[in-house]
Design a protein around this ligand. Structure first.
Ligand SMILES: [Mn+2]
Length: 201
């Protein structure tokens, strides 16, 4: 799917993004959810893994979704704090948050959710702090990174083990193949991919 940032962002930044979620086999719903949301000057991407699986985890993820949609103006670390507050007294969750504005990516994560930034053949694992949103959260750390035209951000829950090297292609094909080929049969598995729209030649 292609999203275009709305004005006042005059120079259209087109983004190729995809979220692929596979619930724990046999469960109709799960606790993994991902979103890519247009914001002022860019996009917000969030991948969430509510603890456990099934309907209880699904309910926690829905609560997190509500908090997220009310707080899309926040920086990633502040958004994690808002999620931590709203998930108190729940089974908790892990989340990774990325805010992309122009060529600048801000990233912050807590718990069993990981992210990798790929630029050409260089791969960088982004820092995620140990913790559980709603239970025990240390001060989130924010990484600020360049996001050049050829960059690709891959976020994944602990139900997916990323291979050492990632194939390139459309966001949709990459997210789907990572879940299909590297997703666990014993957990919800999800991948969020964010990259610039590739020119069709
Ligand atoms: Mn999980």
């Amino acid at each position: 799917m292609v999203l275009t940032a709305t004005p006042p962002f005059n120079t259209a930044v087109e983004l190729d993004h995809a979220v692929c979620v596979r619930s724990y086999p046999g469960a109709p719903r799960g606790g993994d959810m991902g979103w890519v949301i247009p914001i002022d000057q860019g996009f917000l991407a969030v991948l969430l893994d509510a603890s456990g699986h099934g309907l209880a985890a699904y309910a926690v993820a829905q609560k997190a979704r509500h908090t997220l949609l009310e707080n899309t103006h926040l920086a990633p670390a502040d958004l994690l704090r808002a999620l931590d507050n709203s998930l108190k007294n729940s089974i908790g969750a892990a989340a990774a948050v990325a805010r992309l504005q122009h060529d600048r990516l801000e990233f912050s994560g807590i718990g069993n959710v990981n992210a990798r930034l790929v630029v050409d053949s260089q791969q960088q694992a982004l820092k995620v702090k140990v913790g559980v949103l709603g239970w025990r959260m240390r001060t989130p750390e924010t990484q600020v990174l360049d996001f050049p035209a050829n960059a690709c951000l891959v976020m994944h829950t602990d139900g997916v083990s990323l291979p050492d090297s990632l194939p390139r292609g459309s966001a949709k094909s990459l997210a789907q193949s990572l879940v299909d080929l590297h997703g666990s049969e014993h957990d919800d598995a999800s991948v969020l991919v964010l990259q610039r729209q590739r020119k069709v030649v």
